[in-house]
Design a protein around this ligand. Structure first.
Ligand code: COA
Length: 289
């Protein structure tokens, strides 16, 4: 059931800061965000960046949205940064404008996505090149079509995977695999992306949306406050020592229990230990139960 359509057309969306390059469809608590430049394989231009920042702000504030999915219109997830609008034009323009453009791109693809307050899923429906890896890896989870085509193509046109692409790739791929694809520019499909740990799931194209929706439903059923804390904690502990991580996680756990509006830990323990109504190893406690 479609609960609300946040925006479909350019006119409606543009008043809210998006709609020309990015569309949003909200359905049963899942926001389907679509990069919408199919005629340019959804190459990321300043318009997409501007609209994605507005969309992410809005989706974070919208209490009816539980999970965000990012995908692309047409044949592509995204063909990466727009070679003309992100490289040729700014490279020839004032340095400050170029710096601002790059900073705004980094703003949504890295920090904003990594610490986004709701779960995010990349649904890779087709071409996924270069800068699109930042969006892909910036999402918490990813589902790809078996035949989606991925590539770190930068080497093919004489640059290194910059922005924050190389760092993103180093986070999720082994050194051997990362260097192989960075240095050869060879493409690979969704199945290989699954083997490489770049995506969680690869499915036949016709199952892509349903499988993504099922994953989103799983996430939607969890305690959102605790989900957010778990994700934030994961990103922070990655760069901590074991000693610091232990201290941080204990404090974060206490803070989460204290602040959780649902008091999920108490409900879970009561339902398991006293009421014997569920098994935490196998499912989520009965929320509101
Ligand atoms: N930047 C700017 N424009 C791009 C683009 C990009 N990254 N990727 C595609 N486009 C444009 C093409 O120039 C073309 O524009 P035109 O219709 O005005 O000529 C349009 O999108 C369609 O692309 P086209 O190349 O005709 O599609 P295709 O199906 O033959 O090939 C790709 C698809 C993705 C393989 C090919 O477009 C490509 O190699 N793109 C660049 C990918 C890349 O290296 N990205 C890394 C950037 S960091």
């Amino acid at each position: 059931m479609t609960a609300a359509i946040a925006t479909g057309g350019a006119k409606e969306g543009s008043g809210r800061g998006w709609g020309e390059f990015v569309t949003v469809e909200t359905e049963d608590g899942i926001a389907w965000i679509t990069l919408n430049r199919p005629e340019k394989q959804n190459a990321i231009n300043p318009g997409i960046v501007r609209e994605m920042i507005a969309v992410l702000d809005a989706m974070e504030e919208d209490d009816s949205v539980g999970v965000v999915v990012i995908t692309g219109a047409g044949d592509a997830f995204s063909a990466g940064q727009d070679l003309k609008e992100y490289f040729r034009v700014p490279d020839a323009g004032p340095p400050l404008d170029r710096e601002r453009l790059y900073a705004s791109n980094a703003a949504w693809q890295w920090r904003r996505m990594m610490y986004f307050r709701k779960p995010t899923i990349a649904m890779v429906n087709g071409w996924c090149f270069g800068g699109a890896f930042q969006v892909l890896i910036g999402c918490d989870l990813a589902v790809a079509a078996d035949d989606a085509v991925f590539g770190l193509s930068e080497i093919n046109w004489g640059i290194i995977p910059a922005g924050i692409v190389t760092k993103s790739v180093a986070e999720v791929m082994s050194q051997r695999d990362a260097l192989y694809y960075i240095m050869t520019g060879e493409t690979f499909d969704g199945r290989r992306a699954k083997e490489l740990g770049l995506v969680n799931i690869a499915v036949p194209r016709e199952e892509l949306r349903d499988r993504t929706r099922a994953l989103a439903e799983t996430l939607k059923a969890k305690n959102p406050f605790v989900l957010r804390a778990a994700k934030t904690a994961y990103h922070h502990v990655k760069s901590m020592s074991w000693e610091s991580a232990l201290e941080y996680l204990m404090a974060k756990s206490d803070a989460t229990k204290f602040r959780d509006p649902e008091k999920g830990d108490q409900a879970g323990m009561r339902q398991f230990l006293d009421e014997k109504s569920y098994r935490p190893g196998l499912q989520t406690y009965e929320r509101n139960g």
